[in-house]
Each structure stands twice: as C-alpha cells, then as structure tokens.
Ligand binder design. Structure first.
Ligand SMILES: [Mg+2]
Length: 363
C-alpha cells in the first residue's frame, strides 16, 4: 500500500543559483547572505586542512563535512547564543558558526578532550561531539526538558546522520519530544550514505522526515545544499519551538562528497559517476552564482576571500600546535567521583612511567 502522506520540501535556488519563485523577505539582507557565503567557505578551507593534518599524522580520524557546509552554517546562524546545540561528529560547520575556535576543534580531533571544553565563552553550554550513533538525541530531550522545567525561552537543537534515524535512541527521543511537546528541533543531515550503507538500504520510509509522523510531530524536508532554504526552515522550526508549539524534525537532503571519515575509502563502494553527478549540486557554488546575480560578488572579492581564509586557518593551526601536551592522567579524571582501585593503579603506573620518561630513562 503506498504511503500517501505528503512531506513538504523547500528549495529556493536551483543549481545555477536561480530563484525558483519568490524568496523570503530576509534574503534582502546582503550582510547575512555574505556572512553565510564567507562562513561556508571557511568551513571548506578548514575541512581540507583537517584532512591534510590527519594524513600527516598531526590529528586523528576526522569526519569531513565536504558538500554539507550549508546545513551546519545555516543551523548555527539560526540559533541564538542561549539555545543549546547537541551535535554529532559531522558538525564542524555548526560548531564554527556557534563561535567555537578552530584550534579547539583541532584539539578535539587530535585526541585531546580539552578541545571540547571550549576556550570561547560563546554558546558555552553547547554539548561536546557525540560519537555513539543517535545517543545525542536522548541527551537533547533532557536539555529541552530542563528548559521546560525552568520556564526558559530556549531551544535545544540536535543533529544526526541518515543512519542514526534507524536507531532506537532516535525513535524513542522523537516519541518523547512529541508526548512532552519539548522545545526541541531534530536536524537530519541526510548525506545519502551511512559509511557504506546507501540511503536506499537504510529505511523503507519514503522520506526520513516521515518518521516524525509516528511521533505526532511535524516533519519536513529541505534541500540541504540550498543555504537559503535550510536557514529559512531551521529558523522557523526553532522559533516555533521557542513559542511553545513543540518539536520539529527537519531532514536536510544533501550528499557526502568525501569519505565517511579519514578511515574510510568510499571509492570501494560507490561509483565515480554518482560522485561527479553530486558535485553539480554542491552548496557553495550555488550561493556564489546567486550572489553574482545580485551584484554582491565578483572574482576580485573571491580571490581576496580565499587568501584571507587560508591565512585565518593557518593561524589557527599554529595556535593548535602551540598548545601544551595534555596531562597523561586526564582520561581518568571525569568518570568517577572516587576512582575505583583498578583504575587508580593504572593511573599511578602511567604517571610513574611518564615521570621516568621525563627523567630520561627508557620506560
Ligand atoms: Mg550519512
């Protein structure tokens, strides 16, 4: 039996940056458009640098956001400073827009948890990256419940990939958010692949946004490569939640132009033709063409921007390299009020070994 419920889909610009109809009023703000463009470019330059740093052994495994810059950039911009982001591991764009420093992001991917402690005070209550799939959705329900209990006009926003929508944590969180009408926005970055599992094998649902209907909350799709559409719909969902009208699920339809992470090689399971086709829809070129049409952009500005972003990213890498090495005992610090004996013993052995090494002996 065909599923007949229609899920709304929003797209304002086609691949050539041509408006498909009337644009929202806020698009008349050149400052905002240029900000979104600059920020998406920053994400891309930084992302390429992160991959280069991983390839040269300077950070650990990294999850690229290539092709998905519009989602996090629009999302981060639509949130207010007092809202709380509960992210997953492909949220570099969101974190940058939320004011997180690049050197902190590099620290995190370099295996140093101090990167999650945020040296910036902007959006200081945002959560660290959640690596287990979909568990962040349950944390987001807790955050949104706290806002409700405290009667604060704040919104929790959580993100996940297409694969996470198959997890129990995701469905349970949707259900709870619906029953309690929590001030919570669920964002799905549907980049068509969950490592090597394609969207077609992930779920028999016609869209991932349909999953919202089982929880009695609104679900909609947006072209995740159209930053105007993402910003518009995310902003509406956040303000709807803030007004006490409950949660929304937004499925941002995009494409993962890179590997799943630097530990993956997507050429082993997806065709070069599919990738070539996907590049035609990527978000940065689309907005750039629109800006050209609006008389807001030219080649000279583009060159100046790319140079400036390169310098900004290099300065952040320098700052990252200057951070002193972490205390080797740090991993033992935050899990227990009182460290169990077995862990205490391991910690003491580690510290003794570190002291021997510092003293010039070979451990
Ligand atoms: Mg995915």
């Amino acid at each position: 039996m065909p599923l007949s419920v229609q899920i709304p889909f929003t797209r304002y610009l086609d691949d050539q940056g041509q408006p498909l109809g009337e644009l929202p009023g806020w698009v008349d703000d050149p400052e905002l458009l240029l900000h979104l463009y600059r920020q998406m470019n920053l994400v891309r330059v930084f992302d390429q640098k992160c991959i280069a740093l991983q390839r040269t052994g300077q950070i650990g495994t990294y999850a690229s956001t290539l092709g998905q810059e519009a989602i996090g950039t629009a999302l981060g911009r639509a949130m207010t400073d007092t809202d709380v982001l509960i992210p997953y591991y492909r949220d570099t764009a969101t974190q940058l827009q939320r004011g997180m420093k690049m050197e902190d992001i590099l620290l995190y991917w370099g295996g140093d948890e101090r990167g999650s402690a945020r040296s910036s005070s902007v959006a200081a209550e945002d959560f660290p990256i959640c690596v287990p799939i979909a568990t962040q959705a349950t944390h987001a329900c807790g955050v949104a419940s706290a806002f409700r209990i405290r009667q604060q006009p704040r919104v929790a926003v959580t993100t996940c990939g297409d694969g996470a929508t198959s997890k129990g944590d995701f469905m349970e969180s949707l259900n709870l958010a619906g029953v309690w009408q929590l001030p919570l926005v669920f964002i799905i970055n549907n980049n068509q692949w969950a490592i090597s599992v394609p969207r077609s094998l992930q779920s028999a649902a016609p869209t991932l946004a349909h999953k919202a209907l089982s929880a009695g909350i609104p679900g909609e799709q947006v072209d995740g490569n159209d930053v105007l559409a993402v910003y518009d719909r995310v902003h509406a969902a956040i303000e709807r939640a803030r007004a006490g009208k409950g949660p929304t699920l937004l499925e941002c339809v995009t494409y993962r132009l890179g590997d799943h992470t630097t530990s993956d090689d997507a050429s082993r399971y997806r065709s070069a033709e599919e990738l070539t086709e996907a590049w035609k829809h990527e978000p940065i070129g689309r907005l750039q063409r629109f800006l050209h049409q609006q008389g807001l952009w030219n080649e000279q500005r583009e060159q100046a921007l790319q140079q400036q972003l390169g310098e900004q990213v290099n300065a952040a890498v320098d700052a990252f390299r200057e951070v002193a090495e972490a205390d080797p005992a740090a991993p033992f610090e935050h899990l227990y009020q009182q460290l169990p004996d077995s862990y205490r013993q391991q910690r003491d052995e580690l510290l003794a070994r570190a002291a021997r090494l510092a003293g010039g002996e070979h451990g």
